[in-house]
Write a protein that binds this ligand. Structure first.
Ligand SMILES: [Zn+2]
Length: 135
């Protein structure tokens, strides 16, 4: 099942919720699948570094070249779900320094930036102009 889950995420190339994965797998395999087995697979794939959880959207994405995510920011498009990563050790080090200064121990950090990708930016503008009924 793991293989099927990762292949759905890779084919999609963007974020999917567990239920979207479930629906695609049911359609693909033509048989019922329990949500719990999807969650088990996702947990396992995350541990292996093959899948990442986008916490702020409660969704998942194939890790691809985004492996070793600890020093990275995830950039997630709210329009199409495309997910990319930025490596930024400097910002992370700065946050660590600030946390140290106030005596705060960081156990884990989630660095996710939600926004709009270039392709969605280019897409929405003409559509909005085209709809132009003049509000
Ligand atoms: Zn987009």
């Amino acid at each position: 099942m793991r293989k099927e889950v990762i292949s759905v995420l890779r084919e999609e190339g963007r974020i999917l919720t567990a239920y979207q994965i479930l629906r695609r797998l049911r359609a693909k395999l033509g048989r019922p699948i329990a949500p719990t087995s999807i969650y088990r697979c996702l947990t396992d794939l995350i541990e292996r570094g093959l899948v990442m959880r986008v916490e702020s959207l409660n969704a998942y994405v194939a890790a691809g070249d985004m492996a070793s995510v600890s020093d990275r920011f995830l950039l997630v498009c709210k329009g199409c779900g495309e997910t990319r990563s930025l490596l930024d050790g400097e910002v992370k080090a700065r946050l660590q320094t600030d946390a140290d200064r106030i005596g705060f121990t960081i156990d884990r950090s989630v660095l996710e930036l939600l926004g709009t990708c270039r392709s969605c930016q280019n897409e929405t503008e003409p559509r909005l102009l085209g709809a132009g009924t003049g509000a």
